[in-house]
Design a protein around this ligand. Sequence first.
Ligand code: SF4
Length: 245
Amino acid sequence: MKLARLDAGPEIFLSLQGEGKNQGAPSVFVRTSRCNLYCVWCDTPYTWNWRGAGFAHVAARDFDRDLETIELHVHEVAARVQSFACRRVVLTGGEPLLQAQDCVSLARQLKASDPRYQLEIETNGTLAPSAELDAVIDQYTVSPKLDHSQVERSLRLKPAALAAFAQNPRSVFKFVIADAADVRSVRELEQQLGLEPDRIYLMPLGTCAAELSARRPALAEACLERGYRFSDRLHIHLYGNRPGV
Ligand code: SF4
């Protein structure tokens, strides 16, 4: 698997899930490298914004692909995950579904070693899971990207993939919200996909506590009005915006 590098090893770490349905739950995170989108505010640009690629990003920084990537066999990834006592695992990125077959192998190995393992995938919702993958994943946190990502719409919103996630009861949808226009975009997707409002989480855009706090009141109001759920970014408040937490 191609994983993000953290110091001398892969970015596999124990932390509290900071976002969405399982916020606050101790979880082992496996950060895959590579993404098929290029969100301008992405907080993990070191998984995709390679030197020379020319993507715009708020940090105005690009990364050396070889220095930022580490490639491990699935059994090595499993062994690192198993070194933690925690049985909740979050496959995140980047975009983990770009390495779907490796995700299947990893989930199978973990569940074979201990059936208590629970696997969550955090995805941008552009790639539908295969039946093989779906058989071993307990939760999808699907985060379709809105206009403010500055990614071309036809790349970030894939109707067939979104419909597959919408029809899967193990999916919840989490949207990064900057302003009222984003809430209107969520409403449109809610209607197009036939989503129940309580499967939708609104989360403020921001990579520091002050930015998150400034956006909270408007999001709370929108959640109350529409029946959506509110998600903060707990890890930012606890640890700041840095890899490995
Ligand atoms: S989809 Fe996620 S990982 Fe990919 S560029 Fe956007 S925010 Fe970053």
